[in-house]
Write a protein that binds this ligand. Structure first.
Ligand SMILES: Cc1cc2nc3c(=O)[nH]c(=O)nc-3n(C[C@H](O)[C@H](O)[C@H](O)COP(=O)(O)OP(=O)(O)OC[C@H]3O[C@@H](n4cnc5c(N)ncnc54)[C@H](O)[C@@H]3O)c2cc1C
Length: 637
């Protein structure tokens, strides 16, 4: 397998501009001859489908929800970055690029990151034109706030509902094209197989989640914008439906899977309370603009927070990282929280919690201002915990949140399967080993509105496309394998529910491949996961039929894929014998407990190739060069 990044030559500032001119175009009258399948209707998928249809390509778009506007992007709270420099506080495209490369701990491809920073400014213009109600200053300018890993304010927001408002913008654009007949929308359809014909992606097989009908869909290119896989941990901030199935099917058809072990543990989530939980809730990073994080200095101090005087509090982020303070990046803030809790300073009944305190900000700004900035987040917190965060500090703890790993893509966002493009959280592209807050929305929209529309045209204009029919052997085989798998799930008739397997897998992943990892733990996980998988295939019980709405059947398919992906994540984490960003190997840390990279050996992307069921996948590398932001030890002190 060859990992050709296809990064254009020349100075980084000119690469994208120059490349847009160099790429081939499809003439407007010919665009209707090339059809595109877009799987996913979140920010990445909806923006891509709408833009491609606007350009004249016939598009079919798929999602498993009952409407495109319920995609998981709707959950995004805090904001979206862009280098507009409205604050005049020193921001620039180069600074956003620099912060993102450094934030990712020097494990992302420089050229992609630069392009992301460059198009970030267009995204805001596009969204404003669509009517996205970003917060504004008194004078009418768009407002900004700060997010972790940056010393400038570049995050645009719509209260704590930025994802929802951005998705409504993209959804309107998509609906317009659906209304015009340019996009055919398939809701409640789950992609269960990718079809490759003559080495190129030419279609998918779906299951209608209401009737159970299995069908083939054909196109000249397939775009996967199917989101992230943090639900492999069972408990995560992701929506329950988030899964890996689409990209995992593609991996098994030859698409390389890059850096699967790079997962982001978000520092500010509502702590776990017990075994009954099926989901965790994020408290947006934006809260760290005004909230201060602390724990009692005394171990096991059970006084209520109001009774603990200033001198008895440890504002550990401000102490350890004075220049970034509470806005230290997520990987660093999460590890610091774990460290103080492991050391006995944690709060709450489990001891796995730290305070996020707004008392100072409320005194300074007034409760109304705090309500205006974060009202919906405070309400959400109160509904879940029964505590009023205007009066007592929130209790928060890190939780699985985002996956930087995903299908490997080149500069054109094309995977190792020609004609298979991957956008948004589903690809590995821009965030290296740690994503900075408010950069995922930026990336999804950059990919869908501004990058794919150019690169897919170049792909279409570069070769001939033979007509393919659903009677083609590849489609027939794809459908047959989907049907056989469903029958297998239904036929096991064992004694355990899908959720019980998922929960057990999640525990293994969290304990052995979560916030901290080590050689022994990963070796143990690599023993436990295949054993669990074996039991799954012998002892799973899925009730109901295939030809009806059947949620345990849907979950069975997703958990079966998680049981394979989890193993690959552990293998990747094991082989990367260094610490970087969210991948913290306990054996590789500095004297003061920070991640210790090994640039000599691991300054590369690891991309895994499927080599057959039960066989060890092949590890390939794409070397990374840092010519514009020089390799340095990341410091936020
Ligand atoms: C609670 C929370 C808050 C966040 N807040 C922020 C924030 O403030 N700023 C920020 O930048 N990022 C934030 N993020 C991250 C960000 O929301 C996501 O990374 C981003 O929205 C992902 O967008 P996407 O389009 O790639 O995927 P998604 O929005 O997850 O969409 C995936 C789409 O794929 C479809 N799909 C998936 N699998 C299949 C299949 N097999 N068949 C058919 N369809 C399929 C789904 O139906 C859906 O339409 C947050 C994440 C969470 C969990």
């Amino acid at each position: 397998m060859e990992l050709k990044s296809n990064v254009p030559a020349g100075p980084i500032e000119q690469q994208w501009t120059r490349h847009k001119f160099d790429m081939k175009l499809v003439n407007p009258a010919n665009k209707r001859k090339y059809s595109v399948i877009v799987v996913g209707s979140g920010l990445a998928g909806a923006s891509a489908a709408a833009t491609l249809a606007e350009l004249g390509y016939p598009v079919k778009c798929y999602c498993y929800q009952d409407t495109p506007r319920r995609a998981h992007s709707i959950a995004a709270q805090g904001g979206i970055n862009a280098a507009k420099n409205y604050q005049n506080d020193g921001d620039s495209v180069f600074r956003l690029f620099y912060d993102t490369v450094k934030g990712g701990d020097f494990r992302a491809r420089e050229s992609n990151v630069f392009r992301l920073a460059e198009v970030s400014v267009n995204i805001i213009d596009q969204c404003v034109a669509q009517g996205v109600p970003f917060a504004r200053e008194y004078g009418g300018m768009l407002a900004n706030r700060s997010f972790g890993g940056a010393q400038v304010s570049r995050t645009f927001y719509a209260r704590g509902q930025t994802g929802q408002q951005l998705l409504l913008g993209a959804y309107q654009a998509l609906e317009r094209q659906i209304g015009l007949g340019a996009v055919q929308m398939f809701t409640r359809h789950e992609m269960l197989e990718l079809i490759v014909v003559d080495g190129r992606a030419r279609g998918i097989v779906t299951r209608d989640m209401v009737t159970g009908k299995i069908a083939s869909h054909i196109a000249d290119a397939v775009v996967l914008a199917t989101g992230g896989y943090a639900s492999v941990f069972y408990l995560s901030t992701n929506a329950k439906g988030c899964n890996t199935t689409a990209i995992w099917r593609a991996y098994k058809k030859g698409a390389a899977f890059a850096n699967p072990c790079y997962t982001q543990i978000h520092p500010t989530c509502i702590p776990v309370t017990g075994e009954h939980q099926s989901k965790l809730t994020l408290m947006s990073e934006s809260l760290r603009n005004d909230g201060r994080i602390w724990v009692p200095k005394k171990k096991g101090d059970t006084r209520s927070p109001a009774q603990i005087p200033e001198d008895d509090r440890d504002y550990y982020l401000e102490r350890k990282y004075p220049s970034y303070g509470n806005l230290a990046p997520r990987d660093i803030a999460s590890r610091a929280a774990k460290e103080v809790c492991d050391d006995g300073h944690g709060v709450g009944s489990t001891g796995l919690g730290v305070y996020l305190d707004f008392a100072g900000a409320t005194q300074r700004l007034g409760e109304d201002k705090i309500r205006e900035r974060y009202g919906n987040l405070f309400d959400m917190y109160e509904r879940i915990t029964g505590e009023n965060p205007y009066q007592i500090p929130m209790r928060i703890y890190p939780a699985a949140h985002y996956t930087m790993g995903g299908l490997w893509v080149d500069y054109h966002l094309m995977s190792t399967i020609p004609g298979l493009f991957v956008l948004g959280e589903a690809n590995f592209s821009d965030h290296g080993a740690n994503r900075l807050g408010a950069s995922a929305l930026m990336q999804g929209l950059a990919d869908g509105y501004f990058i794919l529309p150019y690169t897919i045209g170049n792909y279409f204009a570069s070769g001939k496309f033979e007509k393919v029919a659903a009677t083609h052997a590849a489609f027939q085989a794809g459908e047959a394998s989907v049907v056989a798998r469903i029958q297998k799930f239904l036929g096991i008739q064992g004694r355990r529910t899908v959720d019980s397997f998922h929960r057990e897998l999640g525990k293994i992943m969290w304990e052995l491949c979560g916030m901290a990892r080590n050689e022994n733990g990963l070796q143990a996980a690599l023993q436990k996961i295949p054993t669990l998988r074996e039991e799954f295939w012998k002892n799973l019980r899925v009730l109901g039929e295939g030809e009806e709405l059947n949620q345990s059947l849907e979950k069975a398919g997703r958990v079966a894929d998680f049981l394979e992906l989890g193993e690959l994540m552990c293998l990747d984490a094991l082989e990367r014998r260094e610490s970087c960003g969210g991948h913290f190997r306990e054996e590789f840390q500095t004297e003061d407990g920070e991640a210790l990279r090994d640039d000599e050996t691991f300054c590369h992307v690891a991309a895994w190739e499927f080599t057959g069921y039960g066989k060890k996948p092949a590890r390939h590398v794409e070397p990374l060069a840092f010519e514009n932001v020089h390799l340095q030890t990341r410091s936020y002190k």
